[in-house]
Design a protein around this ligand. Structure first.
Ligand code: S1T
Length: 542
């Protein structure tokens, strides 16, 4: 018989986890010892729990399995609340395992360290931001409990919470059983697919709008095939950016309303039947629409339900709908080519100051010569600038918009995919979690970090140019890189940028930090248009 800790670790591995990110604490030490000694999954420790959560979230987003974050009770787990909220909002299958006081410890009159209000406070907080929870306080029920939360995690593609009392870690217990799978009613699925096809058939300009669930459920190839069979052009949402970087379909670009490419905006907003597959209907995806989409003319499959105009089909997963649509359509020989999307390229290497678009040009030039690289981006102008970069795999908090995601997410991405990433991050966000780069040396990670240093919280300054509290000091980040185990270069002109990126790409084994100095008012056109559109919608700044 295995122990509870080993069962949990094997259950995680069998259901797609490839590694564990974590920070120990005394309530979690017994479990960490088993993690290390059993070597069932590799362990990567970080410096601050937000970094742990973002790295595990990015691994979940990149690999198509689950991401695992292991932390201690209270101080550790509460430190991850924001990251788990982000994973919940953006549908990332993240498993949070928190050490906890032993069940024999909670009966005294004495408060325990790391306890907030009651010993159950942490569980209560996590109920709000996870889709299922388990407290492993009984070895007889633990295997079933673990199986249930992992099933919820994978089926809903949302975070789950497991609390593990420290005195039960080495208690014998059965293995985690194979997960059950919820399936929709086959008649309902066929009826739904028939109605979807009928609506598309009657439309004059139908189109597929693809969102993050397509990636979360591993459906990129199938959705691409469906678009070919139905001869439908495909746009991604802002959150869905990075989809179809390898699958072939008639991709027209990413929809960002008034902030984005005018042809894509027109195609989406003038379509009389938008087939929305796995889209998060939120303000970053739709708040900047020039013309509000009439949801009655949309088919919306997400969150395990399908809405066709006024009809609702509950309990049908996106995968089931896509499979049924494929079963009802014929394959075609020819793929209509996608629109040729021209991204800015060929950086002019002169002594002019650097604008955000120059960074996109430099990255596109690098991709053209060395091949594409995956990208992890923070929120800020770096993410809007990423829209001008070639469509490669991208992880970013495009909807929840938390800062601090980019650097740790890039490390999680490299751990999961074993590919060198590009990390895009602003100086404000770098002040939050940039220090996690100091962990690269131990694990051999070598991301190329493009730090957009405009010495301000630029996105906020775009909303409020008249204020001064959005100004930041010049921290000289590049000069800190060497002590942290990487190489740093500060650049102020376009020629310096080009040289630094070429050198960074050629050097493997150490993180490469390029600190790109820009004036506080340098911003991408996409960000300016996005902020203007938001101001108009919300009345801010009037
Ligand atoms: N705290 C956290 C954790 N996340 C946030 N999104 C915010 C605060 C609010 C906030 C923004 S944008 C922004 C802040 C402070 C400024 C970002 O500065 P920087 O990283 O330097 O990038 P840039 O200069 O490109 O803006 C959100 C979106 O409201």
């Amino acid at each position: 018989m295995t122990t509870m800790a080993e069962s949990l670790l094997k259950g995680l591995k069998e259901n797609g986890a490839e590694q564990i990110f974590g920070i120990p604490g005394d309530f979690a030490l017994p479990f960490f010892k088993v993690i290390e000694e059993s070597a069932i999954l590799p362990l990567y420790t970080f410096s601050h729990e937000p970094g742990v959560g973002f790295a595990a979230d990015a691994a979940a987003r990149s690999g198509g399995g689950i991401g695992v974050a292991v932390v201690t009770y209270g101080a550790g787990a509460f430190n991850m609340v924001n990251t788990v909220a982000c994973a919940y909002a953006e549908k990332s299958p993240l498993v949070v395992v928190s050490g906890a006081p032993g069940i024999s410890e909670g009966n005294d009159d004495m408060l325990l360290h790391h306890q907030a209000k009651t010993l159950n406070s942490q569980h209560e907080v996590f109920k709000e931001i996870t889709c299922d929870q388990a407290i492993l306080n009984d070895p007889r029920t633990a295997p079933q409990e673990i199986a249930r939360v992992l099933q919820s995690c994978l089926e809903q593609s949302r975070p789950v919470y497991i609390e593990f009392p420290r005195d039960l870690v080495n208690t014998p217990c059965e293995e985690v059983p194979a997960l059950a799978h919820t399936t929709g009613h086959s008649d309902a699925i066929s009826a739904c697919a028939r109605e979807v096809l009928e609506q598309l058939h009657h439309a004059t300009a139908p189109l597929i709008l693809a969102g993050v669930e397509v990636r979360r459920y591993g459906l990129e190839e199938k959705v691409a095939e469906l678009s070919r069979r139905l001869q439908l052009p495909v746009a991604t949402t802002f959150m869905g950016r990075g989809l179809f970087s390898t699958a072939s379909c008639e991709l027209i670009g990413s929809y960002i309303g008034m902030a984005g490419d005018a042809d894509v905006t027109r195609a989406v907003e003038e379509s009389d039947q938008v087939l929305m597959l796995g889209v998060i209907v939120c303000d970053t995806n739709f708040g900047v629409s020039a013309k509000r989409l009439d949801m009655r003319n949309t088919i919306n499959a997400s969150d395990r339900q399908v809405k066709v105009g006024y009809h609702q089909y509950p309990d049908i997963s996106l995968a089931e709908l896509v499979e049924a649509l494929l079963a009802a359509t014929q394959s075609v020989d020819e793929t209509k080519p996608g629109r040729t999307i021209s991204y800015p390229h060929t950086l002019v290497a002169d002594d002019n100051p650097i604008e955000p678009t120059d960074i996109a040009r430099a990255v596109n030039d690098l991709f053209a010569s060395n091949g594409p690289m995956p990208i992890a981006s923070d929120i800020g102008d770096c993410l809007f600038t990423a829209m001008d970069m070639e469509n490669t795999h991208l992880v970013a908090p495009g909807y929840y918009a938390t800062m601090g995601f980019g650097v740790p997410a890039g490390l999680g991405l490299q751990a999961e995919l074993n590919q060198r990433p590009i990390i895009l991050v602003g100086d404000g966000a770098f002040q939050m979690t940039g220090w996690e780069l100091g962990n690269c040396r131990r694990y051999g990670w070598d991301p190329i970090v493009l730090l957009f240093n405009n010495t301000c919280w630029g996105m906020l300054a775009t909303f409020q140019p008249e204020t001064s509290y959005n100004n930041l000091d010049d921290w000289q980040f590049a000069s800190m890189a060497d002590a942290m185990g990487g190489d740093g270069k500060r650049v102020t002109t376009r020629s310096e940028l080009q040289l630094a990126l070429t050198e960074a790409a050629a050097k493997r084994g150490r993180f490469q930090l390029i600190e790109i100095m820009m004036t506080p008012d340098a911003r991408s056109a996409t960000l300016q248009q996005f902020v203007d559109a938001h101001k108009r919608r919300t009345g801010m700044g009037q």
